[in-house]
Ligand binder design. Structure first.
Ligand code: BTN
Length: 249
């Protein structure tokens, strides 16, 4: 794949298989890679997921990481992951016509199953904090192991194979456009996020077991949950199960 016509300051690189694109980007950053460097892989042997989990990354998916300088205020970077979810959904819709939902904070959902996961990790390069934005999209996977009944691929949803190159190009363009807008306004995609967020109006269960209704997403992209006693809480981290998704009935 050759994306030189995009005229980006930083390179877009491709590998058939790596351990983890997030780890590769971190290594490249330690060796002086430019901000905005992107690495795509068609398979990962040690894909990293949220909360210390692994991310199954067989051939047929598209796995990508991008290097970014962290903001001056760490709280601002918490808005990056949900925003990236909107950018990725735009890229997927452009190439496949499929519109997916978002499970707060950042899983992309199709037919109540997970199509894409996003993991932002931070690390130090000297005295500077860097971020790697990692995105794994299930593109042409025909079948997932029984342990992953909650996963779905674009192929499974449409019955058609999706070419990886146009998707990689759309992802690059949408990520670049989003990051530029996000640098100016960290809530730049808030309205789209609220429209796509599947949690809103539904029963949710927090990681501490409390059950409530998700009523809004605030400009910091926290999920506002209303409890039966009328109290409300802005949730900023942790797992929030949504009734009807991933086996929560
Ligand atoms: C999750 O849903 O748990 C997050 C999954 C993030 C997976 C992507 S694939 C590309 C990048 N490299 C990794 O090792 N992980 C992220």
């Amino acid at each position: 794949m050759d994306f030189s016509e995009l005229n980006r300051a930083a390179p877009v690189l491709f590998e058939q298989e790596v351990d983890s694109t997030n780890l590769r980007i971190r290594d490249m950053a330690l060796r002086g890679a430019a901000e905005g460097t992107i690495l795509f892989a068609e398979a990962q042997t040690a894909g990293r997921g949220r909360m210390g989990r692994s991310f199954l990354s067989p051939p047929g998916g598209l796995y990508v990481s991008m290097l970014l300088h962290a903001s001056e205020e760490p709280a601002r970077d918490l808005t990056l992951t949900p925003g990236v979810a909107v950018a990725v959904s735009r890229a997927i819709e452009r190439v496949s016509g499929i519109s997916c939902g978002i499970k707060w904070p950042n899983d992309l959902i199709l037919q109540n199953k997970k199509l894409c996961g996003i993991l932002v990790e931070s690390f130090m390069v000297g005295a500077r904090r860097e971020l790697v934005v990692g995105i794994g999209v299930n593109v042409n996977t025909e079948r997932f192991p029984p342990s992953l009944v909650t996963a779905i691929s674009l192929y499974q949803a449409t019955g058609e194979r999706c070419a990886l190159e146009p998707l990689a190009r759309a992802l690059t363009e949408e990520l670049d456009a989003f990051i530029a807008a996000w640098r100016a306004d960290s809530a730049c995609v808030l309205n789209d996020y609220r429209r796509l967020c599947l949690n809103l109006g539904r029963t949710v269960r927090l990681s501490d077991g409390r059950i409530g209704t998700a009523v809004d997403v605030d400009p910091e992209f926290r999920l506002l949950v209303r409890f039966p006693d009328g109290g409300e809480e802005a949730v900023s981290y942790g797992e929030v199960s949504v009734r009807g998704l991933y086996g929560y009935v």
